[in-house]
Write a protein that binds this ligand. Structure first.
Ligand SMILES: NC(=O)c1ccc[n+]([C@@H]2O[C@H](COP(=O)([O-])OP(=O)(O)OC[C@H]3O[C@@H](n4cnc5c(N)ncnc54)[C@H](OP(=O)(O)O)[C@@H]3O)[C@@H](O)[C@H]2O)c1
Length: 245
């Protein structure tokens, strides 16, 4: 994939993995648009990356997604890449629920409904563009669920499945569909401090960029690279190991 000369929308691009990817697209000579819920966080990102365009948008809300699409169609009609990066991770025990359903629904809306809906909204804008692509950020936990984050793992497995079907359906429109499955990466996912054991952001983002440049359709790193090709027996073994700690 050519990483220069693109117009790229990155959801959740103001911090974490999304921002690291935004920095690299920008450095490679692409126009970057980032969205997120917190305007202040977007402004801070723009200070670090002055060429970035910013937009407040909560992708878990349907009307925000359609408004984002309409704004991009009007303001950035040359868009040729959508990176569905946004994700939240909620850790809970299904036998000791304290929150109401809306709390759990938010994780499904953010991690699964949003990338599905945004992909469908943006297909007509991407179709026919040079180097058109949709990049969906799933997780190693799509393949070996983390029992500590049951909805998160299920949404990522669902996103992996949708990504495969999407790739097949939009092939005729020459839209590449790429899955990025991160391992644990040192970001604020799930709350500050929960992923400090993960690989450094820059190390992971460099690997993603190498994979994109090589034209890889599924990009993992370290443990998640292995998870992408595991047999069912290997998945069961990895699941036992991870969840018996
Ligand atoms: N870090 C890991 O270990 C890891 C592992 C596997 C997969 N991943 C995946 O990688 C992706 C990026 O995660 P990350 O690690 O970079 O997490 P992060 O550090 O928590 O960053 C998430 C970003 O998404 C934005 N965001 C959250 N909810 C949003 C919403 N409803 N609408 C719009 N923006 C929203 C946040 O900004 P606002 O709060 O301002 O909205 C933030 O900029 C996620 O899909 C995650 O599941 C991460």
């Amino acid at each position: 994939m050519d990483l220069a000369g693109n117009t790229v929308l990155i959801t959740g691009g103001a911090s974490g993995i999304g921002f690291s990817i935004a920095e690299r697209f920008s450095a490679a000579g692409s126009k970057v648009i980032i969205c997120g819920r917190r305007e202040e966080q977007l402004r801070k990102a723009q200070q670090k990356l002055p060429s970035a365009h910013i937009r407040v948008c909560d992708v878990s809300i349907e009307s925000d997604r359609t408004a984002l699409h309409q704004w991009i169609a009007e303001e950035h009609p040359h868009i040729n890449m959508l990176v569905n990066n946004t994700g939240i991770q909620q850790r809970f025990d299904v036998t000791a629920i304290k929150e109401d359903w809306g709390y759990f629904q938010k994780e499904i809306q953010t991690n699964l409904e949003a990338p599905i809906h945004l992909s469908m909204l943006f297909i007509p804008l991407l179709a026919g563009k040079n180097n058109a692509a949709i990049v969906n950020v799933s997780s190693g936990l799509a393949f070996t669920p983390g029992a500590f984050a049951p909805i998160y793992s299920a949404t990522k497995a669902g996103l992996h499945s949708f990504t495969m079907s999407l790739r097949q359906q939009v092939a005729a429109q020459h839209i590449s569909v790429i899955e990025v499955a991160p391992p644990a990466v040192n970001s604020d996912l799930g709350g500050a401090g929960l992923h400090t054991f993960g690989v450094p952001l820059d190390e992971f983002a460099d690997a993603v960029f190498l994979g994109l440049a090589n034209g890889d359709m599924e990009i993992g790193y370290g443990t998640s690279q292995k998870a992408l090709r595991m047999s069912r027996d290997e998945i069961d073994e990895a699941f036992r190991r991870m969840n018996s700690r």
